[in-house]
Design a protein around this ligand. Sequence first.
Ligand code: GTP
Ligand code: MG
Length: 432
Amino acid sequence: MNFTDFEQFFYREPFVESVTTGGNFQFISDEEIRGAETFIHRNGVNGLDTYLSQRLDVWKQHPLDIAVVGSSGVGKSTFINCLRGLEAEDTGAASVGVVETTNEPTAYEYPDFSNLKIWDLPGVGTPNYPRSSYLEKIQFEKYDFFLILCRTRFTENDLWLASEVKSKNKRFVFIRTNVDSDLFNEYEDHPTTFNEDEVLQHIRNNCLEYIRPVDPTAEVFLISGHLKNRLRFDFGKLTETLMRDYPSLKRESMILSMSVMCKEVLIAKVAALHRRIWIIASASAAVAVVPVPFLSLGFDATLVMSEVEFYKKQLGLDQEALTKLSQVYQIPMQKIEKELNEIFPLQHLNSLRRFVFDFAKKQAVRAAPGEFARYVPYVGTAIVSTLSFGVCYAVLYKILIRMEQASLKIIDIVIDASNQMIQQEQQRQALI
Ligand SMILES: Nc1nc2c(ncn2[C@@H]2O[C@H](COP(=O)(O)OP(=O)(O)OP(=O)(O)O)[C@@H](O)[C@H]2O)c(=O)[nH]1
Ligand SMILES: [Mg+2]
């Protein structure tokens, strides 16, 4: 598809469903419905735009503190860097190495979202951190979630911590790091009978034998903490677990703070971003129903543009994220550009403002407000029937779904590249 064909196709494309969620979004939470209804009841439409725009940023005020715990050398710092999308040598990365040691609790913020902190904590049972004073010393109460890491087997101290966390009704998971090097060693030892799935199952069973007496339902996630392996093993399932079961705003905060690293995170992000669209469309319409002379299109450009830029960043399609990806997985930028051409050409991604305005103008001609009737009960006909609501909704929805497809494509490219890197590494090792 050439560039003009893409544009024609994009503008005419009907509302397609999200690829990752199959369109199965929970549109509006009860809290949000009540909030908007109460506001309109008390104040009418005036000021609704400000009220709703503020709602968009509420997740940033919900701090989340995740604790990463484990004995020295199990790979805590490496794992934290991987979660934050960083390699050991990147600026702001946690120090990693055979002699670097976590001596006291250290917080690592997410590059763009300071509300989410990952804490690198010393393991239990060292001279400075005996069991008797451990919980107090690490300020146990402040953490929302505990990730307990081991490299070979979970120790008595790890299991003690898990039972303490459980008894205080906090959440935890067990993580077994270094499975990449275990697999490699197994391959070296038994090249003729080697079977990756069997080895992984064996490691899993071995860990569960230790864990289950403490918690019969506990799971263990097998991972490699190295960034290039983050699409392998149980990393996706682990991030899914990390995003589940918080009160709604904390959950939104967790989802929007994570870097998009696998399909599981992408699914959660697209659903969370989709839930914001009606808010922006309503805010934009609330401005439009109050007559503003030069806003003939009735379209709150600033709000819409900042949301579209937010999508780009959230779904890992900004220049910085793509460049990083191209470096880590050794994928030439031209390949990324070529693959994205049919979905969302980089040209458009890099000059979104022009693209969005062009799209909004074309969309305004064919807007069909009836499509949005389901929102009438929440914000009223005065808002939903405006051209602004329809245009805004269509623009945001279509761009979100397109970016979702682009992000999925990138994940596929990365999986291929990562498999190739593994094969090359195995061949290189075989020659040594
Ligand atoms: N192959 C492989 N190596 C790993 C993995 N995780 C960590 N390493 C390596 O193990 C070494 C120790 O990792 P760190 O992340 O520094 O371990 P730590 O738990 O932070 O150690 P302390 O700070 O001393 O408690 C480093 O050389 C890492 O590169 C993994 O999943 N796979
Ligand atoms: Mg460390």
